[in-house]
Write a protein that binds this ligand. Structure first.
Ligand SMILES: [Zn+2]
Length: 317
């Protein structure tokens, strides 16, 4: 009997990643799109076109699951609030199911990602799991007692907006907070910290890159750090320690067995995570620190897409 197939779509803050996925989480066809400043209508058009493209390549899919960088109302499937895409107050589930003629399931993008990691990935076998996805911002997802935890209306898990520095810099986008973890430890924050380091030391590799007008991104920092550049390694260590400060609060509050770190920034691997682990070991309440493993996502940047597929396969989980 052929395996069931669904479409999983991770509509991230910067890009969309989608695929046709089977029950074993094998991906049969992938699709990528970049938003590049698209407005609401264009964004929704791009989403629908991406679904139609993979659907045409692999017919016979049963349903579509979406992970959105939004607070998603569980009852109505509405994207109520979104910090990184112009889809606030969009009745996403109804709109897409009408447009695509398929059953549609919608959740926050890291709520979906943590499901993929819990069911088949880095947190398999654990009952209490926290996931942070470090990308444009920081998303969070929670699994308690083996089940996704979404709070009263579906908005729980916004760990990127955990306040680490109450007098810190304003959080970008629509968050009214200051000094949120996402200001300090996202993929974007790696680029910002490196930009400052480059400005302070014009003769370093990062400094020369900046002088030539090159963009200083988290990806560039990670590449240089893997090549042994000390300044780039220092930037990752600094951001890793900030991440560790945020994780200390999370580990004390929630007593997870596993914290999964995903998103683009996890390409930095142990250069980032070892510093975060060290801070948690030093500062968290010892029994909580002893109980937790901090590990990279198994599915890397594909966690959100695969988790959206899990959501569709499980009929909304
Ligand atoms: Zn915030």
């Amino acid at each position: 009997m052929p395996s069931r197939r669904v479409i999983g779509i991770d509509a991230g803050g910067t890009k969309l990643l989608g695929g046709v996925v089977d029950g074993e989480l094998a991906v049969h066809h992938r699709v990528h799109r970049f938003w590049r400043g698209a407005d609401r209508r264009e964004t929704l058009d791009i989403v629908a076109e991406a679904v139609e493209e993979v659907r045409a390549a692999a017919p016979g899919v049963e349903a579509v699951g979406f992970g959105l960088p939004s607070l998603v109302d569980r009852e109505t499937g509405t994207s109520v609030w979104s910090n990184h895409l112009p889809i606030e107050n969009v009745q996403f589930r109804d709109l897409m199911s009408e447009r695509l003629g398929l059953p549609v399931y919608v959740d926050n993008d890291v709520n979906t990602a943590v499901m993929a990691e819990h069911r088949h990935g880095a947190a398999r076998g654990a009952d209490h799991v926290v996931m942070l996805a470090l990308g444009t911002g920081i998303g969070g997802g929670l699994v308690f007692d083996g089940r996704p935890y979404r709070g009263a209306r579906g908005f729980a898990g916004e760990l990127g907006h955990l306040v680490v520095d109450h007098e810190g810099e304003e959080c970008p986008g629509a968050c009214p907070g200051r000094g949120c973890l996402e200001v300090l430890a996202s993929g974007t924050a790696i680029g910002v910290a490196a930009e400052r380091a480059a400005a302070a030391t014009p003769t370093s590799t990062l400094g020369r890159r900046r002088a030539q007008g090159g963009e200083i991104t988290g990806g560039l920092v990670t590449e240089l750090a893997h090549d042994g550049d000390e300044q780039a390694r220092g930037v990752l260590a600094e951001v890793g320690r900030r991440l560790g400060a945020g994780l200390t609060g999370i580990v004390n509050a929630l007593n997870p067995e596993v914290v999964v770190i995903g998103g683009g920034a996890v390409a930095a691997g142990d250069l980032l995570l070892d510093c975060a682990r060290e801070v948690v070991r030093e500062r968290a309440l010892p029994p909580c620190a002893d109980a937790v493993r901090i590990v990279p996502a198994r599915f890397g940047e594909e966690s959100g897409m695969l988790g959206a597929a899990v959501l569709a396969l499980e009929g909304g989980a």
